[in-house]
Design a protein. Structure first.
Lengths: 319, 311
């Protein structure tokens, strides 16, 4: 288990329990199970206390936890016959974006998502989940495919943001994001989005302009990273904690603002402590949201999606 | 100060007042002369305004406020403002080093404008259009709920009046103080652009310096025709962010209008003084109108301009 900065006291207790158990194994005469169990209980209480009141900045760290399930894990577990479709037909295949046709509970769908990678090699290959223009253009192509064959689209959002690189800018990063958002608003099939980790700015919106948007309990969705916001508004990147509070980027705040439709509960201690349960809960949420939209006509889906975004922001947090 | 109290007193008590009084007695009115930030030429205010805030020496395009731009754009300087629906002020109760409402008030006081976008309608060379311009001097033209509402209002007015929409962009990006709601302006403004496209109305975007971030990644890149002013910075991620990420020097002119034109991201780069003529030509062709009549026509009466406005 990788412990986060704020989980250090917990790491200490769990470490001590582990130490005791090892000691018990090497000296069969001493009985340490009682002490170890007491420590376990203490750790459990501490975990609960920690996670029932995570601060926005802590949630950012949980959302970025390397052991959280990523898009690839969701596709493997929730979809069958996943057939990846590659390339933007112009320049390259962007490995930061996974996508293809698959079955979700027997129904053929198009699934698209940013993948961050799970070890050094795959992280580099996936560019840490930061798409270049080709990633958005691949997504556009897949959404068009879905529209033509009347397949619902499910997007999984997990990205720090669009990749700030020379080539990405030269090849029209901004235009690609704009077109992807535009495509989201044009397709006459159900479009469902789940923010599973980091919903980073334009890179997220290009995938999440959907009929229904769900967020995992400890995921975040923001116009800018707290670090970026802090360095601009506070002129001090160390003020990320304050920026995270001010930005209202938690699932709980975003639901109050009417930006997202539902929150998917995570197991105690975050998705990284219960990957299987988390994936199942996301599966259930997708199922429910698909049901809500089933039977709707293409024009109705487009109209509802547009109206939803036009209406957004009329209520503030104060109201 | 290391020089000690004596020296400090001597300077502050004796020398400075004398210099100050010398200057104030001359009473040089401020803002009569503007120094070109590119070539350093001192430009007389009236001449600069006549030249649309373009340096007469080096052709550098300086910022121009939406109101000044429209005064020069529309026939006889006559245009009618279109009302933008009000927004919830400070929806997130955002605090950084200053309160967001205080920043807003300061920007309003400094600019004399309500927000970072102005929506108007009128005639350009007798061609009726709806025009909208972003004000970089107002909180860096940043896109929040108001800017989103302005673009939606502009699109609705254009559809209602069956007029083309011309948009002048200028922004540092999203308005961070409105958090996620500023991000939501990307899909919202895209819906506005779709209204125009479905109504078959031309949507021409003029990208001015600088147009960056979420603004570039939404309505500013979705025009039927994309024109930029010379040397305008147009990007998603800014050059400083990229240099920090890739740790290498960026090529000369990177992310400038001419560079984007070379890379196929724009239709044209046009000098501000030729913009009016070009917009009229494009808009008239796209909407199947006859060529514009060349030369100066008498200004339209204010009453007729107002009467044609539906809102």
């Amino acid at each position: 288990m990788n412990y986060l900065e704020f989980e250090k006291p917990l790491a200490e207790i769990e470490g001590k329990a582990e130490e005791l158990r090892t000691m018990g194994r090497t000296n069969p005469g001493t009985d340490v199970s009682k002490e170890a169990e007491a420590l376990d209980r203490k750790a459990e209480v501490m975990l609960k206390d920690m996670y029932k009141a995570l601060t926005p900045w802590q949630k950012c760290q949980v959302a970025r936890h390397p052991e959280r399930p990523h898009t690839r894990d969701y596709i493997d577990a929730l979809f069958s016959e996943y057939t990846s479709l590659a390339g933007d037909r112009n320049f390259a295949d962007d490995h930061a974006v996974m996508g293809g046709i698959a079955r979700f509970q027997d129904t053929p769908v198009v699934v698209i998502g940013q993948e961050k990678g799970s070890d050094t090699k795959s992280r580099i290959e996936r560019n840490f989940g930061m798409a270049r223009p080709e990633g958005y253009r691949k997504a556009i192509r897949l959404m068009e495919l879905a529209d033509r064959f009347r397949l619902p689209v499910i997007t999984l959002v997990d990205t720090p943001g669009a990749y700030p690189g020379k080539g990405a800018e030269e090849r029209g990063q901004a235009e690609a994001i704009a077109r992807s958002t535009e495509k989201c608003l044009q397709i006459g099939v159900p479009l469902i989005s789940v923010i599973i980790g980091e919903g980073g700015s334009g890179g997220a919106v290009a995938f999440a302009t959907a009929n229904r948007v769900a967020m995992l309990e400890h995921s975040v969705y923001s116009v800018i990273t707290p670090e970026g916001c802090a360095s601009i508004l506070w002129k001090d990147a160390d003020k990320a904690k304050d920026a995270a509070e001010a930005l209202r980027l938690t699932a709980q705040d975003l639901q109050k603002l009417g930006v997202i439709d539902r929150i998917v509960k995570e197991p105690m201690g975050g998705a990284q402590r219960g990957r299987k349960e988390t994936i199942e809960a996301v599966g259930k949420a997708i199922e429910t949201m698909l049901k809500e939209l089933s039977g709707k006509k293409p024009e109705g889906l487009i109209k509802d999606r547009r109206q939803k975004f036009l209406d957004m922001g009329t209520k503030g947090l104060a109201a | 100060m290391t020089e000690g109290p004596f020296r400090m007193n001597w300077i502050s008590n004796y020398v400075r007042p004398k210099i100050n009084s010398l200057f104030s007695r001359r009473e040089v009115p401020e803002n009569l002369w503007t120094k070109c930030p590119e070539c350093g030429t001192m430009l007389f205010h009236r001449e600069l305004a006549d030249n649309l805030n373009v340096c007469s020496n080096c052709e550098h395009h300086m910022a121009i406020t939406p109101r000044d731009r429209f005064t020069k754009l529309f026939d006889g300087g006559i245009f009618v403002e279109i009302k933008v629906p009000d927004v919830t002020v400070d929806p997130l109760q955002f605090r950084d080093q200053k309160k967001y409402p205080d920043r807003l008030k300061a920007a309003q006081k400094a600019s004399g404008e309500k927000e970072a976008m102005l929506v108007v309608t009128g005639e350009v060379a007798r061609t009726p259009i709806v025009a909208v311009a972003q004000d970089f001097s107002f909180m860096a033209g940043s896109m929040g709920m108001y800017v989103g509402n302005a673009i939606i209002a502009a699109a609705k007015a254009a559809v209602e009046m069956k007029r083309p929409l011309v948009l002048f962009s200028a922004a540092g990006g999203a308005r961070m103080q409105e958090g996620i709601l500023s991000l939501m302006q990307m899909p919202r403004t895209t819906v506005a652009v779709q209204m125009l496209k479905e109504a078959g109305l031309p949507y021409v975007v003029v990208l001015t310096h600088p147009t960056t971030g979420g603004v570039t990644a939404s309505y500013a890149m979705l025009g039927d025709v994309q024109i930029a002013e010379p040397n305008a910075l147009i990007c998603f991620a800014g050059p400083r962010v990229i240099e920090q990420t890739i740790r290498e020097k960026l090529p000369e002119g990177f992310q400038r209008a001419e560079y984007l034109l070379d890379h196929g991201m724009l239709d044209r780069v046009t000098h501000r003084k030729k913009m009016r003529e070009e917009l009229v030509t494009i808009v008239r062709m796209l909407s199947g109108q006859s060529p514009a009549i060349a030369g100066d026509l008498p200004a339209p009466a204010l009453a007729t301009a107002a009467a044609t406005t539906a809102t």
